[in-house]
Ligand binder design. Sequence first.
Ligand code: NAD
Length: 435
Amino acid sequence: MKVFDSAKQQLKKAAKFIDLDKNFLEAISQPERTIKVTVPLKRDSGTTDFTRGYRVQYNSLLGPYKGGLRFHTKVDMDEVSALGFWMMIKNAVVNVPFGGGKGGIEIDPKNLSEKELERLTREFTKKLAPNIGPDIDVPAPDVNTNARIMDWLENEYSKIMGRESKAVVTGKSIQNGGSLGREQATGLGGFFVLEKLVEKLKLKKPLTVAIQGFGNVGSNFAKILYDNGYRLVALADVKGGICNSDGEGFNVDLVKQCREQKGFLAGCYCVGSVCDLARKYDGVISNDKLLELDVDILVPAALENVITKKNAKNIKAKIVFEMANGPTVFEADQILNKKGILVIPDVLANSGGVTVSYFEWYQNMHLEKWSLEKVNFKLKEKMEKAFQEVWKIHKEKGVSLRTAAYILALKRLAEKSTIAKDMAPTINPDITSSG
Ligand code: NAD
């Protein structure tokens, strides 16, 4: 099933529980605007290649479009539409004044030099510049993008506009107007939700955890869980993972050290200074096997569509905590629900990232600099409130947490839609440019 179709099935399911205007439902079932551009990639060798770039401005009922930019070979319009849709829902769940958006470039940045990556980002920014801006559309980091790339984007956009425009993008470096706490925000936000869940369910710690994905989201989440007494028994990245079933769990600080030397987790089975500790570990594990481990909490934190109709029946975790966007396809979600596995949906679990992106945008717009304590305090408040609201609907209506989150979001969107009905801007639904 295509990823955007899977997302729309989730919408359809939740929409049955509330009385929604047919036109409203139709309007939010498709992006307001899609942008496809051809981006030149000037190679160090002097030649030029071309690749495709995308931006989906999914919905702006709650505010400027907001969502990450992904650099990955699998990026296409279907994927960014689904991701933009989830951003719309997520921003409504966590109640930040942003709409949904997402974008990316079809490229593997690992095959580019630093200079090539910078030129590519700047060319992409030139193509997007007429359609983004602090009040229009505010990108952020996602898979394979980071603060450095966001800094280039901000710098190029400001040059084009002829004035500094820090709030055009979030997830920037601290020196360049980024917010303290943004880098850890998705992981920390997830942790605040998880702690509330553990409290609600009266679960006894230590709880065992397996995490797929060890990038910004996965590694920060792993570190916070490790520091708070959770037992990390398996970790994986794109090349596979490492597993430890002696009950002790990984020391994430050592794993991080080792990964820095080796580049990938699978290389950390037994290496260098961490060799003695690593020796205790059972060894390597495939991404597929990791998903099927008998753990308390399974955390997909890499890409979408990893829990499918095929493997859902083999999932043994008691809780699936979705730190990636869209890791569970629609049919798989139904199977997990039937098996009594509690799924904490992406639109709640990983919404800490966009929450602190909102704080960064707000600081830039108001020329403020918040302390880390203030950022984390406000993040905690937002995440716990969203969790309580979703939990209440889950209990009252007897629906899954995903459906409950969608109900909450749809109510907020529909409310705004009535107010905005007569003020809807006229937009050109498709823009395609090249060269
Ligand atoms: P990242 O590029 O920093 O890390 C991605 C990780 O996933 C890497 O460890 C990579 O090796 C691993 N990976 C990639 N392909 C894989 C595969 N096929 N199997 C297993 N592992 C694989 O990206 P990120 O920012 O950590 O994003 C991860 C997920 O979290 C994405 O779904 C993203 O949309 C979502 N997300 C990110 C943020 C954010 O603030 N960065 C916020 C909310 C949600």
